[in-house]
Design a binder for this molecule. Structure first.
Ligand code: IMP
Length: 425
């Protein structure tokens, strides 16, 4: 099963992964890095994870970081230590890192920040974590991989080769100080020694889990519309965020994926720059931002908020092959007198059901809205679909209709227990 985001990230995937982990023995992250931020609330205690799969909070489950992820060793180890301090078993028997996972190097972080700084207009608003530069090195075939921590000579040669080019960029283009090989090695080697304990053959682990008849959960990060190919380019991240990448990003066959759970927030949010047709700058937007505590879990930035955009969700269903929707933060809509859903876009004098394909065209659409009544009740204690107010049921039924995919899970609060299932007859 794949759990992935259907919007621009921050849909609440962490909670859904945490819930569905009950059914799985192995949980695998397959793309992205510590640009992600998954907030989990278990027994009232909040944990924010950026890199380690959310499934780690379930005792007895095994987690893995696949080849498609980019790993910042410092962040990875800080998370290991943070979880261990909370009493979570963080032994290598529970957590594996693929030898093929690319490593975010100090020069990647510097270049990410310097590039954004240098862009006068048109900033992407990256998380500044070095994600893009790391994926660039991967594609240029000069990247450092986690397995290189086992071979100091290879690691040193790769760093020397990389710095010849990176230092020219850092000094000549961005006016920063150069990095020396020794400086980078000094920072990296102690981290690498600790990461080495977690290195494993992740495709082999997946193969073994399959042979044992165990369920595997593939945990996506970011969201469909931040995808490097099918997102709102260039305002996207640098990895493939689609469910299809669960196979190649972790190392198995597409035939091993039978279910696709697309996580949809009951409204829309976006951090960073880029077009956002249903963005609200009025009181309703403030309500969503405040009630939904819409601040980025990674950067702390205020998230832009708007009405639910079903053209985006419909596109996500098409791109990912959704078998079930998980609707999150439905409770946040409570208290708004009326709700709008974007059912289509007006674009070049016609109504279209999917985002237009040309670059920048999403910035030129006008949302076509349907208005529905809101509800006043606090729904966070509802534990069945039938217990929801009529207006909430109507909203969800309409979402299902417009998405063309069934709703499987509805979340009405951050806690594990604040969840209900929608059974479709
Ligand atoms: P990068 O992934 O740091 O290169 O950032 C590229 C764009 O993706 C920026 O607009 C970020 O705000 C956005 N982004 C990256 N990761 C996430 C995420 O996990 N949630 C929401 N937005 C993200």
């Amino acid at each position: 099963m794949v759990v992935h985001g259907a919007q621009w990230g921050d849909e609440g995937k962490g909670k859904i992964v945490d819930l569905l982990t009950e059914k799985a023995a192995l949980i695998v992250r397959f793309h992205g890095g510590n640009n992600a931020g998954h907030t989990l609330v278990v027994n009232g205690e909040k944990t924010i994870l950026h890199l380690i799969p959310s499934g780690i909070l379930h005792g007895g489950k095994r987690c893995a970081i696949g080849a498609g992820v980019v790993l910042d060793p410092q962040v990875f180890l800080a998370e290991v230590d943070q979880l261990a301090a909370k009493g979570v078993d963080m032994s290598p028997a529970r957590l594996a890192v693929s030898l093929r996972t690319h490593v975010i190097m100090p020069y990647h972080r510097l270049l990410d920040a310097a590039r954004e700084e240098a862009k006068a207009g048109g900033k992407i608003g990256t998380t500044g974590r070095g994600i893009g530069p790391c994926y660039e090195d991967k594609a240029s075939r000069v990247g450092v991989r986690a397995g290189d921590f086992l071979d100091e000579a290879l690691l040193t040669a790769k760093i020397r080769h990389a710095l010849a080019e990176k230092n020219a960029l850092l000094t000549d283009l961005y006016g920063l100080a150069p990095l020396s090989v020794d400086q980078v090695l000094k920072e990296l080697l102690p981290l690498g020694r600790r990461v080495a304990a977690y290195l494993a053959d992740v495709p082999g682990l997946i193969g073994q889990a399959k042979a044992d008849g165990a369920n595997i959960l593939f945990e996506g990060a970011q969201g469909t519309h931040l995808d490097i190919d099918h997102g709102t380019y260039p305002f996207v991240t640098s990895s493939c965020c689609l469910a299809g990448n669960a196979a190649s990003g972790s190392g198995c066959s597409i035939r091993d994926i039978h279910e696709v759970v697309s996580v949809v927030k009951a409204y829309t949010t976006r951090v960073g720059s880029g077009p956002f047709p249903t963005e609200l700058t009025c009181a309703a937007g403030e309500h969503l931002q405040r009630t939904g505590a819409e601040f980025g879990a990674t950067t702390g930035r205020k998230r832009r908020c708007g009405w639910l955009d079903m053209a985006l969700v419909r596109e996500a269903v098409r791109l990912n092959g959704t078998t079930g929707l998980a609707i999150t933060k439905l409770d946040v809509l409570g208290g708004l007198p009326e709700l709008k859903i974007c059912t289509a876009y007006r674009y070049e004098e016609s109504d279209i059901l999917y985002p237009p394909q040309r670059e920048g065209a999403l910035g030129a659409v006008t949302p076509v809205y349907e208005t529905m009544p809101g509800w006043r009740e606090d729904i966070s204690s509802c534990r069945s679909f039938d217990a929801l107010p009529e207006a909430a049921k109507r909203y969800l039924n309409r979402v299902e209709e417009l998405a063309g995919a069934p709703i499987a899970i509805i979340s009405v609060g951050p806690g594990r227990e604040e969840t209900l299932c929608k059974k479709n007859s």
